[in-house]
Design a protein around this ligand. Structure first.
Ligand SMILES: Nc1ncnc2c1ncn2[C@@H]1O[C@H](COP(=O)(O)OP(=O)(O)OP(=O)(O)O)[C@@H](O)[C@H]1O
Length: 251
């Protein structure tokens, strides 16, 4: 199915992007292009600048060198912690971005219901976040991110705190939603298998300062199983490369 998707044109383009925090160089001349409808995973050692890269693409922080172009497209972000408002219901949390956009109340209601359907939480609209499991809270966070109707979904270890079984299920859900909604996704993870399970490409960043050291195309048929020989095999190859990079930095 994914072969039928229109994957034309770039929606995110970084050319020699650098980012410093005072004397600390976090990213060093990163060049990266993400195409329309592509699912790109970013991997790298801790502190190599993955979250920094997402915050630059999101426009939350400014670059210190190079050029970054998203063509004015809308982005939405999703993090490891769902960061839901505890006093709002599930529906209220999903409606929040719509409320901020002054969408009328009946329209908000309608769209929130549809989004809860997409993340398979129909029937949970009146629950509060504390009544949900971690996986369900991430579904709400995903619905809220989708409510922004952004062209680019930036995900920073969104499933990092979940157990393996819940994560597997959410991989399937995210893949389905990505395909149905024709999203462009930039996904940060520490988990090499997760990256190979989900990505059209896996970008490997060096230890700090982060630079792109590999760009692996992942061409196995979808949907993939995280424990399939294909995913495991390619994950092992990438892990070896990542280990070598971490070791190089340690000496
Ligand atoms: N606002 C900031 N002010 C100062 N330094 C920062 C800031 N944000 C990030 N850094 C530094 O920039 C470097 C890259 O951080 P970043 O969080 O982007 O890495 P990461 O690859 O996402 O790390 P992890 O995998 O551990 O989440 C780190 O050394 C971090 O301490």
């Amino acid at each position: 199915m994914s072969l039928l998707r229109q994957k034309t044109g770039s929606v995110v383009r970084l050319e020699n992007v650098s980012k410093s925090y005072g004397d600390l160089l976090a990213l060093d001349r990163v060049s990266l292009t993400v195409g329309q409808g592509e699912f790109v995973c970013l991997l790298g050692a801790s502190g190599c600048g993955k979250s920094t890269l997402l915050s630059l693409v999101a426009g939350l922080d400014g670059i210190t060198g190079g050029t970054l172009d998203t063509g004015g497209r809308k982005v939405s972000l999703m993090f490891q912690e769902a960061a839901l408002f505890p006093w709002l219901s599930v529906r209220g949390n999903v409606e929040l971005p719509l409320r901020l956009q002054d969408v009328s109340r009946p329209e908000r209601r309608k769209r929130a219901e549809a989004l809860l359907g997409i993340v398979r939480l129909t029937g949970f609209a009146d629950k509060r976040p504390h009544e949900l499991s971690g996986g369900m809270r991430q579904r709400v966070a995903l619905a809220r991110a989708l409510a922004q109707e952004a062209d680019i979904l930036l995900m920073d270890e969104p499933f990092g705190a979940l157990d393996a079984m819940t994560r597997d299920i959410l991989h399937d859900e995210l893949e389905r939603i990505w395909r149905e909604q024709q999203l462009t996704v930039l996904f940060v993870t520490h988990n090499v298998r997760e990256a190979v399970r989900l990505g059209d490409r896996v970008i490997l960043l060096s230890s700090r300062p982060g630079r792109v050291i590999e760009d692996y195309p992942i061409t196995h048929d979808r949907p993939r199983r995280i424990d399939s020989p294909e995913v495991s095999g390619q994950a092992a190859e990438i892990t070896d490369r990542l280990r070598a990079e971490v070791a190089r930095h340690a000496h």
